[in-house]
Design a protein around this ligand. Structure first.
Ligand SMILES: Cc1cc2nc3c(=O)[nH]c(=O)nc-3n(C[C@H](O)[C@H](O)[C@H](O)COP(=O)(O)OP(=O)(O)OC[C@H]3O[C@@H](n4cnc5c(N)ncnc54)[C@H](O)[C@@H]3O)c2cc1C
Length: 388
């Protein structure tokens, strides 16, 4: 039987043209740019660079080359490029371990959210600045008591004469300490109102009085996500994104963007790449070959979803499959790198692989958590298949 949810999975059966003259040319441009950036010391390749490699200067360079918001209309600072061309650019940046975290959320979901739900004034104000890499957003969904169960969030927006007063707390907010704005999910409904009508998305200026940001130290000693508290923070009416009470539906649409992209299986690619081209070893080749085979399947799946992200229905189930399989692969790649690191005879390669491995390992606990845990992904898939 075909239900809307299983129809979502039929996306994987579609035939698509992944490479076109446009994508091939764009890939070449990005590779040239990255080779120059490496030579000039503008970047140091690293695993998980899409979330932890925060470099406003590098993002601005990408903006100057037209690689942020490239699918957005030209009138908002975009290039009207195809989703496959954007996909090709993302792949190249991720494979190189380039520091793209500063603008990643803007490009992936803030811009598309503004295009879909924003007012004309919001689009004109934010989109060109996002595309230039001048303005960065963080995403405030999770709270101390609400991660998987986002419907239970307690950060409240209360009506005032001139807009809204926000009080509450967000946690695990990536780069809240370095972003000018947050797209926050807040509760606007009255007690007892259905979750689907009780939440709203608001854009919060992170320099507003009443906001406290506390960076949280990660396993490797670095900081990247934060706890953010709001104490009677004023937000003007014009900063509400979409309709009041429509936040739950808007966020569900965003999760398709958030869960299906190549960043969900390429976080450890710089490390995997270090295991290739190092001479024959049948057992190692079998391990690395299995990773490469899985990567190529995930790539095909993710590319198919990207075709649907601008459509009316978010492919949430298909995105959950990619996120679950992709982040599982990322963790498996760490085990394989650990197994084969000692067999590398080239000292320089071994040092580099060891650095990538160290970085990947300290970030790995987040792979299957961020963007929704794998247990939640499997629940979504099971529900769609009617087996939960
Ligand atoms: C590196 C990183 C960056 C992040 N960045 C952001 C960000 O920028 N913005 C933001 O809003 N959030 C961010 N998060 C938060 C992330 O979205 C949450 O950690 C995630 O949604 C899980 O929520 P939680 O941590 O509250 O865990 P919980 O929801 O408390 O879950 C705890 C455990 O219980 C399991 N569980 C919970 N419910 C179920 C269920 N129904 N069925 C089966 N198992 C269940 C979970 O799978 C998990 O193993 C980030 C997280 C990480 C690790």
């Amino acid at each position: 039987m075909t239900t809307p949810a299983t129809a979502d999975l039929n996306i994987f059966r579609e035939s698509i043209t992944a490479e076109t003259p446009e994508t091939v040319a764009e890939r070449a441009r990005v590779r040239d740019f990255l080779a120059d950036a490496l030579e000039q010391g503008l970047m140091t390749p690293a695993c998980d660079s899409w979330l932890s490699g925060h470099s406003p200067a590098f993002s601005r360079e990408l903006g100057r080359h037209g690689w942020i918001g490239m699918t957005w209309p030209a009138c908002y600072g975009g290039r009207d490029a195809s989703t496959m061309t954007r996909f090709a650019v993302m792949e190249e940046l991720l494979a190189a371990g380039a520091p793209v975290a500063a603008h990643w959320f803007s490009d992936r979901q803030i811009g598309p959210g503004l295009l879909r739900h924003g007012t004309e004034a919001q689009r004109q104000f934010f989109l060109p600045a996002l595309a230039r890499g001048d303005v960065f957003f963080c995403i405030g969904m999770s709270e101390p008591e609400s991660g998987s169960d986002l419907g239970s969030i307690r950060t409240r927006a209360t009506r005032t004469d001139t807009g809204w007063s926000i009080t509450g707390a967000k946690i695990w907010t990536s780069h809240a300490d370095k972003s000018q704005f947050m797209l926050a999910l807040v509760r606007t409904g009255v007690p007892g109102q259905k979750t689907t009508d009780a939440l709203t998305q608001v854009i919060i200026d992170m320099s507003a009085p009443g906001i406290t940001v506390r960076p949280i130290e990660m396993l490797g000693g670095r900081t990247h996500f934060c706890e953010v508290t709001f104490d009677d923070v004023h937000v003007e009416d014009v900063m509400v994104l979409g309709a009041v009470g429509n936040g739950w539906r808007q966020v569900l649409g965003e999760l398709g963007f958030e869960r299906s992209g190549p960043e969900r299986f390429l976080s450890t690619f710089p490390m995997v790449d270090g295991l290739t081209g190092i001479g024959a070893n049948p057992a190692r080749d079998a391990d690395v070959g299995s990773l490469v085979a899985r990567l190529s399947v995930l790539r095909a799946m993710s590319a198919r979803i990207s075709h649907h992200l601008d459509g009316p229905v978010a492919p949430g189930v298909a995105a959950a499959v990619v996120k679950d399989l992709g982040t599982t692969l990322e963790n498996d790649s760490i085990q394989i790198a650990r197994r084969w690191l000692p067999t590398l005879t080239d000292a320089a390669r071994r040092v580099q692989l060891s650095e990538h491995l160290h970085h990947a390992q300290t970030h790995a606990p987040g792979f299957t958590l961020r963007g929704g845990t794998n247990e939640i992904m499997r629940g979504i898939i099971a529900g769609a298949l009617g087996v939960s």
